[in-house]
Design a protein around this ligand. Structure first.
Ligand SMILES: Cc1cc2nc3c(=O)[nH]c(=O)nc-3n(C[C@H](O)[C@H](O)[C@H](O)COP(=O)(O)OP(=O)(O)OC[C@H]3O[C@@H](n4cnc5c(N)ncnc54)[C@H](O)[C@@H]3O)c2cc1C
Length: 376
């Protein structure tokens, strides 16, 4: 494994960083207050100076075909910016095309992948339920009607964008076990209701998704009937590494903000940055961020080599979410009371980074996976 990034990748990272700070961030303003995706932002994501969609989708389906080792350091730069943008980047490049590619028929791949690659359609994953754990015990059911399945169930906390999300991965039980259905939106049987506003990652709300007699043709089943859990959980491995990198990008941004603040804030006649206690915080934050970056890079490298990286992915994801919270706490303390106000962007990053705990499985679930592998 090579620890250095190539000059080409360093240049790419610099370009994306500039784009995120200079172009995307100013367009995101209405998301925080008005909870909507501005048209200009969507236009920039789809047709902007730098490509945002399809970066990892194979070239034969219209993407760039970037390996994890190229894509994830770029995602780190995107994660320095507005949380909802990094969420779109993470899900659309890291999560939603892969199950189609791995399990879909050629017809299904041709139907969706080129459109996902341009951002013409966006996708969503409707898995989490209010009445069951996020896995084997889901309650959504199906009945059979000729060539159709009729789905019933209730999902919640679903990230989706009403005007743009046109493909839903829907999970429900068939006779064979949990099965994954590809559902085109809108559909009168797919009822979407916004939930209450979230603590962070603001923008369009997250949704309750009801399957109300949702009719799906059997040709829209993804993979084998009864193997939906493998699809749902399988898509999470690399995705956990993606969240780990998002944590690194967000934490690096908070560190940069804290350093900039310490270099200009005077107390008792001296700059904060000259105080040893503050310097100790900075060293601690930087070291934790770098440790997480390396853990995530190793998992990404193993993925690109075709090696088993399930445990590495869980370790990287778990450590990243813990690290991000610690860095957020230290960065807030360094800002003093003003960091607790909306006058400084740290307040938003502090709230946003709480979501890493829930995305792609909580810390408790990562620990279960790691321990299960060690103790088997
Ligand atoms: C910003 C955001 C976006 C999201 N987007 C989506 C989405 O697009 N699609 C989607 O399907 N879901 C989405 N979710 C939901 C997310 O995947 C879940 O919140 C997460 O998987 C945890 O599941 P839960 O909320 O049902 O918690 P629960 O399963 O109710 O767990 C509650 C607590 O108990 C712990 N726990 C649960 N089971 C065990 C166990 N066996 N042993 C030990 N501890 C356990 C959990 O770790 C957690 O701390 C999103 C959530 C957030 C916050």
């Amino acid at each position: 494994m090579d620890f250095g990034l190539t000059p080409e990748l360093l240049d790419l990272k610099a370009q994306y960083r500039e784009w995120v700070h200079g172009t995307l961030d100013p367009l995101c303003e209405p998301m925080e207050e008005e909870e909507r995706l501005p048209d200009a932002l969507v236009e920039e994501l789809r047709h902007g100076k730098l490509r945002f969609f399809g970066l990892t989708i194979p070239k034969e389906y219209g993407g760039e075909g970037w390996a994890a080792g190229k894509w994830l350091p770029v995602l780190e730069e995107i994660a320095r910016g507005y949380a909802m943008c990094r969420m779109i980047a993470h899900t659309m490049n890291g999560l939603f095309w892969r199950p189609l590619y791995d399990h879909g028929t050629e017809e299904q791949r041709r139907k969706y992948l080129p459109k996902l690659a341009t951002g013409e359609i966006w996708a969503a994953n409707a898995l989490t339920e209010p009445e069951g754990g996020t896995g084997r015990d889901i309650n959504a059911t199906t009945t059979k009607d000729g060539e159709y399945y009729i789905l019933s169930g209730h999902k919640w906390l679903i990230t989706q964008f009403p005007e743009y999300t046109k493909l839903f991965y829907c999970f429900a039980a068939t006779e064979e076990g949990m099965t994954c259905f590809l559902v085109d939106a809108p559909d009168e049987g797919l009822v979407l209701e916004p939930m209450k506003r979230m603590m962070g990652c603001r923008g369009p709300r997250h949704y309750n998704v009801y399957y109300r007699d949702l009719r799906v043709h059997e040709s829209q089943i993804l993979g084998e009937k009864g193997r939906g859990l493998d699809i749902a959980l399988g898509m999470l491995h690399l995705s956990r590494v993606s969240i780990a990198y998002c944590g690194v990008g967000t934490a690096q941004r908070m560190l940069d903000l804290a350093v900039a603040y310490a270099k200009k804030r005077m107390t008792f006649g001296k700059l904060l940055s000259t105080r040893q206690a503050i310097q100790s915080n900075v060293a601690q934050m930087a070291t934790e961020i770098e440790a997480t970056r390396l853990l995530a890079a190793k998992a990404a490298w193993k993925f690109d080599q075709g090696l088993d990286m399930v445990v590495d992915a869980s370790m990287a994801k778990m450590f990243s979410e813990q690290m991000t919270m610690r860095v957020a706490e230290m960065a807030l303390r360094m800002h003093g009371g003003v960091g607790f106000t909306e006058a400084y962007p740290l307040e938003r990053h502090f709230r946003d980074c709480r979501s890493f705990h829930f995305e792609e499985g909580t810390e408790e679930i990562q620990k279960l996976l790691i321990a299960r592998s060690l103790l088997k």
